[in-house]
Design a binder for this molecule. Structure first.
Ligand SMILES: *[C@@H]1O[C@H](CO)[C@@H](O)[C@H](O)[C@H]1NC(C)=O
Length: 474
């Protein structure tokens, strides 16, 4: 048993998106398992919607409510990106920035050893410095995406050399090895507000660079076994400060079993049980962005053309009209071999089911991690954020295949959907992908490996605290 006074008090401060809050919660659980005390800070409605903390850890994880200030154009009760259409998210960022003062008061009152924060609070590093607290920025994206986003010059306080959308469509010059890592024009156009100022007054890239630059260490959801050259590049050439992989934070068996007796899962499982081994295409495009009506139509008709069994989790943006329906007769024509699920579905359980053979994904890093733990090869359809970068990398590593799209507007056809699905599900080339996915399982589903990363991360947190204390008493 560790000595009680060795234990740390760590504040967690994720961005207001479930794709961020959940990995932060996972990291919190891993650290609480090692005896550290966590204050997990977010807004009240998000706290209500977080998954249950395991009873064995609940005394160590304190959920701290900070209500968001009202902001013009931000509807009431919207506290996470999932509550909003994409073009309203900038107002949520503005509300998030309004947490500066209450968070500062909380940090002053609680003086934690560490604050682990997301890319968004660009104003936080100066505050932790002033209060003499240590700060780690926790990057939920993979290392390659971070290499792409953060320029070496911005780390030295100079401007990012890229100012036009086109600059983001080629691999940056600080990548010294062959790579395809770049956005497509339609991808960077869609998120160009990320690199331009929006109503919140700063760009996303500015947020990203400020939090990375201002932190004492960088924690990253990755591992050397998957991204050796990218992690080395980040450490040695770009960030020039400790860049500590925390492992992939894969879901635990316990997480997957959670809710096994849930009625909606039992119905899904019964359907999956009836399908042939590794035959089903599972489709889920994450909780952040959704397809346009035209794209959704092509996806549906492509699925139909593919003649493969499928399970499609169809999410619509909040406030979308019921008129925007799937193609007429689609569900009748495919009922014998496909399911359209209009609501939440237990993704980890579905991916772990032996009938699932292909995952058509938006390439969120968490989704990829969940799939590759179960040897499921990927069909890649990135929608927003850094998903395009993740798709390029997974395609380069031959773990997935991208659905071909029109470079200018990002549109795709039913034929390209059907061909890509059949290529991965039933072709020769698909065999090679499945073999690669099988190899990946050794990395993505290896708790010994990831526990080792967490031990190392914990050591960093403790050593830095020791040094910080010595400095303060000097
Ligand atoms: C998991 O990782 C450890 C440490 O790297 C390694 O020794 C072991 O062989 C891996 N296990 C599997 C099943 O691949």
């Amino acid at each position: 048993m560790e000595n009680e006074k060795d234990n740390l008090h760590i504040v967690m401060f994720p961005w207001l998106a479930f794709g961020h809050m959940l990995p932060f919660l996972e990291l919190s659980k891993c650290l609480a398992q090692r005896g550290h005390r966590i204050s997990f800070v977010t807004s009240p409605r998000n706290i209500q919607r977080l998954p249950q903390i395991p009873p064995s850890l609940s005394h160590l994880i304190n959920l701290v409510n900070l209500p968001l200030p009202p902001v013009d154009n931000l509807p009431e009760n919207t506290e996470a990106t999932i509550d909003l259409p994409y073009d309203k998210i900038q107002y949520l960022k503005k509300a998030f920035d309004g947490l500066e003062e209450p968070l500062t008061r909380f940090l002053e009152a609680s003086s934690p050893d560490w604050v682990i924060y997301d890319f968004a609070p660009h104003w936080l590093p100066p505050i932790t410095n002033k209060l003499g607290l240590l700060g780690a920025c926790f990057n939920i994206f993979n290392a390659a995406a971070q290499v792409f986003i953060v320029s070496p010059s911005s780390m030295m306080g100079e401007e990012d050399p890229r100012s036009e959308a086109e600059h983001f469509t080629v691999p940056p010059k600080w990548i010294p090895f062959p790579s395809n890592l770049a956005f497509r024009l339609h991808e960077i156009r869609r998120i160009f507000d990320a690199v331009q100022e929006n109503v919140a007054g700063v760009s996303d890239i500015f947020r990203f660079e400020s939090t990375v630059r201002g932190s004492d260490i960088i924690a990253i959801r990755s591992c050397v076994e998957f991204e050796a050259q990218w992690l080395r590049l980040l450490n040695e050439e770009i960030c020039r400060k400790p860049n500590v992989p925390v492992g992939l934070l894969p879901p635990s068996v316990q997480d997957i079993r959670e809710g096994d007796d849930d009625e909606s899962w039992i119905a899904i499982r019964e359907w999956l049980d009836k399908q042939k081994s590794r035959s089903v295409v599972y489709i889920a495009l994450g909780s952040e962005a959704t397809l346009s009506h035209e794209d959704e139509t092509e996806l549906a008709l492509g699925l139909e053309l593919s003649r493969l069994p499928f399970f499609w989790v169809l999410r619509r943006p909040p406030g979308s009209s019921a008129a925007e329906e799937l193609p007429t007769g689609f569900e009748d024509r495919t009922r014998s071999r496909g399911v359209v699920c209009r609501g939440w579905a237990p993704q980890m359980k579905i991916l772990a089911h032996p009938s699932v053979g292909v995952f058509l994904t938006h390439c969120g890093w968490s989704s990829a991690i969940e799939a590759l733990g179960w040897e499921v090869p990927l069909v890649l359809l990135p929608l927003t954020s850094t998903q395009g970068l993740c798709a390029r990398q997974l395609a380069w590593d031959k773990i997935g295949v991208e659905i071909p799209r029109n470079e200018g507007d990002g549109s795709f056809t039913r034929n390209s959907v059907a061909e890509t699905l059949r290529l991965v599900a039933v072709s020769e080339q698909g065999n090679a992908l499945r073999t690669r996915a099988k190899e990946m399982r050794k990395i993505f589903c290896n708790s010994t490996l990831h526990d080792g990363y967490m031990d190392n991360f914990e050591r960093h947190l403790k050593n830095h605290r020791l040094r910080n204390k010595l400095l303060k008493t000097d």
